[in-house]
Design a protein around this ligand. Sequence first.
Ligand code: ADP
Ligand code: AMP
Length: 247
Amino acid sequence: MAATATTTSLEDVPSLDIMTELLRRFKCSSKPDKRLILIGPPGSGKGTQSPIIKDEYCLCHLATGDMLRAAVAAKTPLGIKAKETMEKGELVSDDLVVGIIDEAMKKPSCQKGFILDGFPRTVEQAQKLDEMLQKQGTKIDKVLDFAIDDSILEERITGRWIHAASGRSYHTKFAPPKVPGIDDVTGEPLMQRKDDTAEVLKSRLQAFHKQTKPVIDYYNTKGVVATLPAEKPPKEVTAEVQKVLSS
Ligand code: ADP
Ligand code: AMP
């Protein structure tokens, strides 16, 4: 409900917005809490599936890539530190992203749990996350492993267009917007990410295989990993996600 973000008094919020939000909270109250991690190489579909899972289970969606890009665009000290590393397709420091996640998980929208998208990306980040959750007396319920062959990713990445403010992603061939270059929801222009090139994808994939794949092994030892066929069309992947999360 965007209206509340900028309004100080509830009296100024349209009744329909209040009713919609109340209905949403009522539906959410019967949903089980879930703490999820989405792991997969760039372009495997994590950002596409996240909003669907978020709405179904009333979770918050925390995508470290989106948060870092917002910091870069706003030229915050964090963004200035991260910019060059991101443009090269390398990982920013563990401390930097752990700090962001620690802060973000305190938001009221994360009350029923969260979807971590793009975090943790190293075993050290996973260990730090576990420590944070242990302190709260909680733990990760499921890790969704978006399994896909590297050869499919270049076409997905180079055809991706995003709505920067929301993180919504489109694809020129696989998920085109209603009007080319325009976000379906807000009518605002879409953009291509600076690191969504075939060249930078090579480093990003290298980082994934070397630093992030071990995170899947880390959670495998805890018995919480579900592997998804991420090469299938989006709707089929959604069906697989729903199967895993309802079991
Ligand atoms: P990630 O968040 O894992 O980097 P995205 O969800 O942004 O990946 O998907 C990358 C691109 O591929 C986007 O342009 C998206 O529209 C498209 N896409 C996502 N899932 C699929 C799919 N199952 N089949 C084909 N294209 C997809
Ligand atoms: P993404 O949007 O997930 O593809 O992330 C874009 C870029 O942000 C990555 O290539 C990294 O430079 C940086 N980044 C995002 N999440 C992390 C993370 N958990 N650890 C380190 N770097 C990250």
